[in-house]
Design a binder for this molecule. Structure first.
Ligand code: DGI
Ligand code: FE
Ligand code: FE
Length: 411
């Protein structure tokens, strides 16, 4: 069996930026890595961290967003290890690699690094052990530049330590450093060098001297914040839902911006476990019925609405659309109907009957809503799950107003 190839990418990741992602992506492809592991450093031996450096938790969370993004786009499993942050004292690569070697005795370990670090590698702590444990991939920012010193260092390390070294140029790599990005962030710029959700994480927590007013975010910043709250694999759904809600708003004469804001935020609390969901309900005074207290899937619409109101300052119409997007209810407004239906039919959804529902949504919103509600009721029955009483009330309300789904309409 071939050894598992693991790429190890250490750094301060303060913040992780598009250059890091491009480098990891290029190395993964070129070296045919089976996994990528990002390891945020505690205190790098070669430099003291600048004042105001976010905590290890913040840097881990932002690096996790980058790892999820890499995994979603490339299909290569990627994760973040807190082994250096957990270790007390300085982080030495030699120790990190020794620990990884213990965890993965058979794996082919590839240590990824930028050329500036590569050129000083012989001065690091215990280079012999580093180079005996892992192969090195040195990633240059632009072709040609410093090629001679790179080649020289490669030969020197190969001769002295019997190291295995690959040097490569990362295509289209934006030439910017984390410290330059930090300076831009403090002046209100920098987002073009970051993944949107990483930028959103920075805004939400006011890192690097940003002072965003979360209650008055424009659409791009609201997206960044919302996407930073969820697993990155959900972002395509959230984007799809926003766009579908915007299209439906145009079709049915509703406010497009409100439809977008509701779509952007509708699933922002989707990944919270039951306990943190209940904690938010207590904090924001959300009353729950018996089913909601145990069915965690039903809580994210309630807590999402509270976050929309109290964190992002959204209005009643937007919050109420978010609040009822999972169960629906009786007496729904057009915006509430739009978000419910958009969530059901956005382009990433794929289930039997979705095409019919998509068509119906633009012909008769109420019939699409009823079909959605009845589909959910049937699904709950099939899965032997309790049906929320609001879901049943929504159906009865629509039926009492003469709304019928297609087949029944012909009977
Ligand atoms: O958040 P999404 O996945 O985009 O969609 P959603 O907000 O409609 O949530 C769907 C989940 O909610 C799904 O796991 C089933 C659950 N759900 C929806 N209606 C009911 C329900 N669960 C129960 N027990 N009863 C319901 O009436
Ligand atoms: Fe949802
Ligand atoms: Fe959703």
């Amino acid at each position: 069996m071939l050894a598992l190839k693991i790429g190890i990418y250490g750094g301060t990741f303060s913040p992780p930026h598009l250059g890091h992602l491009a480098a990891a992506r290029a190395a993964a492809k070129r070296l045919e890595l089976d996994r990528v592991l990002f390891i945020p450093a505690a205190i790098p031996p070669h430099k003291a961290l600048p004042e105001g450096t976010p905590s290890g938790e913040h840097r881990t969370a932002m690096t996790e967003i980058m790892a999820q993004t890499l995994e979603v786009e490339s299909g290569i499993p990627a994760g973040v290890s807190d082994m250096e942050l957990k270790r007390s004292g300085k982080s030495y690569t030699a120790h990190t690699l020794a620990q990884l070697r213990e965890e993965y005795p058979e794996a082919e370990l590839w240590f990824l690094m930028g050329t500036d670090m590569f050129l000083t590698l012989h001065q690091w702590y215990d280079p012999a052990s580093i180079l005996a444990t892992a192969k090195i991939c040195a990633l240059a920012r632009n072709a040609g530049e410093g090629a001679d010193s790179l080649e020289g260092q490669k030969r020197r390390l190969e001769e002295t330590f019997g190291a295995e070294i690959v040097t490569m140029t990362v295509p289209d790599l934006v030439d910017i450093s984390s410290s330059e990005i930090r300076a831009l962030l403090a002046e209100g710029g920098g987002r073009e060098y970051l993944l949107s959700p990483v930028y959103g994480w920075i805004l939400r927590h006011g890192l690097y001297g940003t002072h965003a007013d979360l209650k008055h975010l424009d659409l791009p910043d609201l997206r960044a914040c919302s996407w930073s709250m969820v697993h990155q694999k959900r972002v395509p759904h959230i984007r799809g839902c926003e766009e579908e809600a915007a299209r439906l708003a145009l079709r049915w004469g509703e406010n497009e911006t409100e439809a977008r804001r509701a779509g952007i935020l509708h699933d922002c609390t989707k990944y919270l476990e039951l306990e943190p969901q209940l904690e938010l309900c207590r904090r924001y005074g959300v009353e729950l019925d018996e089913l909601e207290r145990v069915a965690v899937k039903l809580l994210h619409s309630k807590t999402g609405a509270s976050i929309a109101r109290y964190v992002y300052g959204e209005n009643d119409r937007v919050c109420s659309a978010i609040c009822w997007h999972t169960t629906a209810k009786e007496n729904m407004t057009t915006l509430e109907k739009i978000l419910y239906v958009a969530d059901y039919i956005e382009p990433n959804r794929d289930f039997e009957g979705v095409e019919r529902l998509r068509k119906l949504a633009y012909e008769d919103l109420d019939r699409a809503l009823l079909l959605g509600v009845e589909t959910t009721i049937q699904e709950m029955k099939d899965r032997r799950l309790p049906i929320h009483r609001k879901t049943l009330l929504a159906r009865d309300w629509l039926r009492s107003r003469g709304v019928r789904t297609e087949e029944e309409g012909h009977v």
